[in-house]
Design a protein around this ligand. Structure first.
Ligand SMILES: [Cu+2]
Length: 201
């Protein structure tokens, strides 16, 4: 993996990190709850003890969660920066969402519908907007998900690192044929991209 393809990894790391902490806490809290419910049940512990002001305990249960939450923020922020900082030299493609398809407009004004073709080995910047209602451009393989809103230009980017076909979806319910608003991202070798870009069809 070279430097700029790390975005996908960073997003996954943030996801797994937060999921991992959540799972550990869920298991810990559930097990303690069950243990305490049995250990301190009424028949065995009829008079509850009234404990107040444990300075050490209160400090620990404040400091540890604070560190955990801040670390989750840090990991999430790092992946967010990766998603927002587009490397220099990216190929810019305009993306227009409409009921019910995606239009892609390339640097030479060529346009395609529901088929995004890009060359391998390039960062790709997608300038996204909508012609009507709200849509959301979703390319799960590259962790791209960005709202398409009329009158607003948003953007996303990804590094086209491997030749292949990847799903393009609309992730915002946009009307009766929302489910048909699918497309394909085709990553091809540079010469094939050039030939396609210059062809008349
Ligand atoms: Cu849509």
């Amino acid at each position: 993996m070279n430097g700029i393809t790390d975005t996908v990894e960073q997003v996954d790391t943030a996801f797994l990190y937060i999921l991992g902490i959540s799972l550990v806490l869920l298991i810990l809290v559930t097990l303690l709850m069950i243990y305490f419910a049995i250990r301190f049940r009424r028949s065995r512990n009829p008079e509850p003890s009234d404990i107040r002001g444990n300075w050490l305990l209160e400090t620990v249960w404040t400091v540890i969660p604070t560190i955990l939450v801040l670390s989750m923020f840090y990991v999430g922020w790092q992946s967010y920066l990766g998603l927002r900082n587009v490397p220099a030299g990216a190929i810019e493609i305009d993306v227009i969402g409409q009921q019910f398809s995606w239009i892609f407009i390339y640097p030479n004004e060529k346009a395609s519908e529901d088929e995004l073709i890009v060359p391998r080995g390039s960062p790709i910047k997608l300038n996204v907007t909508s012609e009507d209602v709200n849509h959301s451009l979703f390319i799960p393989a590259f962790r791209v998900k960005i709202d398409a809103v009329m009158g607003l230009e948003s953007y996303a980017w990804f590094f086209a690192d491997e030749v292949g076909e990847y799903d393009v979806l609309c992730a915002e319910y946009c009307g009766v044929s929302h489910a048909d608003m699918t497309g394909v991202l085709r990553i091809v070798e540079e010469p094939e991209y050039r030939a396609w870009l210059l062809s008349e069809d």
